[in-house]
Design a protein around this ligand. Structure first.
Ligand code: ADP
Ligand code: MG
Length: 583
């Protein structure tokens, strides 16, 4: 009984068991780890690997307490973290479950299957040639009813397992992870060459594309920090996307968490946590692990040095993460030249990947900009623009070309801004901001607009009435089936661009938004698209400045609502290459 309770302390819930089993697989040199759970891990946990495996003797030993094979190397400081439980994990799990261990030592002709129930050996039979090791844990805590009752439902326990698996998968991008819960594949992460690639498999494209790498650590440094950090817009109200490991092991470290967050400074809204995957490497003798067996919190001997190194790495990554898109410009060969367009210089050098990521602006600034009236401003001085990312603060508008693009000179670069893409973004944000604050203000029309909808459109309109209402439209259905538009959202201006408004409404009515949220989003996008300054429209300097000012307040000024870039930068170096001045 004492044994069982002690085991219950080490293995508190399925997620702990999964973590221990997977770490054993990784210790065994696995290149592939497959995890399966059922009932959130309470009914079944199965971890299979292709690691070195065990021979019969080791297999029998592995389920006994304090029988770690790693004890031999306890002096080896590298293993200090590995020895989280000093040879107790497998025995602890076996003491409180029905455990089946199938393993074969690499090179051996056959393997062994060891069955344990509540810590008692049931059988140990030779089996055919299996690969690596498979540990199956059934009915966790079946002999500790109090502990079993303590577990939450399958969904909650399963979520904790998922988190544990994700954390482990981030520590070893080179290892193939597959994770199935309740028969459903939750994660499939093939071996990755970079942390971004691993993040793509775990967190998805939308997150991965907003991650920037930490600078490569100096191999000689006492504290080495590696990983990727998310742009501010990936911030969350909790630490759910903050993955910290120390010496390659997932750990809890409030110190590192705070150091990462602190490095964002004002870029993060108060109380928010960034998305980041950070590994800290230190001399293992300078860390104390295992303050608590199930939480694995670490305590650094040199707290300040660690916090400083983490902060510095994250700040460097964010500072280097200039977020403006740079096109791959190709020099155009003069007309008639048979050789055609030729890429200037080697493609890789200097031509960065097109990056449509968002800006480093906080919600506060967006709010201020929205309150200031967005883009519909009077002429402003550049000095009024306040604090902005350096590249934006330095923009000096030079003029408008092709009635479509605003040309600016910036720090050592030429900037081209798509006026419609930018205006659309700003209109969208301003409508959304006022919609979020309550309802969008409507403005009565002196001369109402009359629409003649089809039957389907009319039905769509009636369904969407409350929504349109909240966005500032006032619509009445007349007896003859026509629709009278008495008021429009104030942002649309009054009556100006009537044809545009009509086209917008036709568009909205034709749209089949699935849910209310979708519908609202769709309408706001359509409004933005129809109302924004269009391409092909000559702008006066006042309008240009208004747009740029709005840009400074935008939460994501670098992508229009359709995800196209709003701004392109051609650095001086790129121009020099195009004009072959660098030769
Ligand atoms: P520890 O990992 O701290 O040594 P464990 O109880 O987790 O203790 O494991 C006991 C021993 O069983 C390990 O030291 C290792 O030799 C062996 N072992 C456990 N899991 C595996 C595995 N998946 N592949 C190979 N050997 C394993
Ligand atoms: Mg272990």
């Amino acid at each position: 009984m004492y044994e069982r309770i002690a085991a219950g302390e080490v293995v508190e819930r399925p997620a702990n068991a999964v973590k221990e089993l997977v770490e054993n697989s990784l210790d065994a040199g696995a290149t592939r780890v497959a995890i399966e759970i059922r009932g959130g891990g309470a009914d079944l946990i199965r971890v299979r690997d292709d690691g070195v495996g065990m021979d019969r003797e080791d297999a029998l030993l592995s389920i006994e307490r304090h029988a770690t094979s790693k004890l031999a190397s306890i002096d080896d400081l590298d293993h200090l973290l590995t020895l989280g439980f000093r040879g107790e994990a497998l025995a602890s799990i076996a003491a409180v479950s029905k455990l089946d261990l199938v393993t074969r030592a690499r090179g051996a002709p056959y393997g062994v299957r060891v069955a344990v129930q509540g810590g008692e050996l049931v059988s140990a039979d030779d089996v055919g040639p299996t690969e690596g090791t498979a540990v199956e844990v059934r009915e966790l805590f079946y002999n500790l009813p109090a502990r079993r009752r303590f577990m939450k439902g399958p969904a909650a326990e399963g979520a904790k397992v998922t988190e544990a698996v994700e954390r482990l998968a981030f520590t070893r991008p080179d290892v193939h992870f597959v994770y199935v819960s309740g028969g459903r594949e939750i994660l499939s992460a093939p071996p990755a060459r970079s942390m971004q690639e691993r993040a793509l498999a775990i967190l998805g494209l939308e997150v991965a594309r907003h991650l920037v790498p930490l600078p490569a650590p100096d191999p000689g440094a006492r504290v080495r920090v590696a990983g990727v950090v998310g742009r501010p817009q990936l911030a969350r109200p909790n630490r759910g996307q903050l993955f910290v490991s120390v010496n390659g092991r997932p750990v809890d470290s409030p110190l590192v968490d705070e150091a990462v967050r602190g490095a964002y400074g004002e870029l993060l809204f108060r109380g928010r946590w960034p998305t980041a995957i950070v590994d800290v490497t230190v001399d293992p003798s300078r860390v104390d692990v295992n303050v608590h067996p199930t939480k694995r919190e670490v305590l650094f001997r040199e707290q300040e040095a660690v916090a400083e190194a983490v902060g510095q790495a994250v700040r460097a990554a964010l500072a280097a993460a200039d977020l403006v898109a740079e096109p791959r410009v190709r020099a155009t060969a003069p007309a008639g030249d048979a050789s055609g367009g030729q890429a200037p210089g080697p493609q890789a050098a200097g031509s960065r990947q097109l990056d449509l990521a968002g800006g480093m602006l906080d919600e506060d600034r967006l709010r201020r900009a929205a309150e200031a009236g967005g883009i519909a401003g009077e002429a402003v001085e550049w000095k009024d623009l306040g604090t902005m990312p350096s590249w934006l603060a330095s923009l000096r508008p030079v003029g408008q070309v092709l009635d479509t693009y605003i040309v600016c000179e910036g720090e050592d670069a030429l900037y081209l801004i798509d006026q419609h893409a930018l205006a659309e973004r700003l209109t969208y944000e301003s409508i959304k901001a006022s919609a979020a604050r309550g309802r969008v203000k409507g403005q009565r029309l002196v001369e109402p607009i009359l629409l003649v909808p089809t039957e389907a459109q009319l039905e769509s309109l009636l369904r969407r009435r409350a929504l349109l209402d909240s966005l500032g439209f006032s619509l009445d259905v007349l007896d003859d089936g026509r629709v009278r538009v008495g008021a429009l959202p104030a942002v649309l201006g009054s009556g100006e661009g009537r044809a545009e408004v009509e086209a917008l409404l036709q568009d909205v009515l034709a749209d089949e938004g699935a849910t209310t949220v979708d519908a609202k989003e769709a309408v706001v996008r359509r409004m933005a698209c129809h109302l924004a300054i269009r391409a092909g429209q000559r702008l006066d300097p006042r309008q240009v400045v208004g747009l740029l000012r709005g840009m400074a307040g935008s939460s994501d000024p670098l992508a229009c609502v359709h995800g196209r870039p709003t701004v392109l930068r051609i650095p001086r170096a790129e121009l020099e290459r195009m004009f072959r001045r660098d030769e």
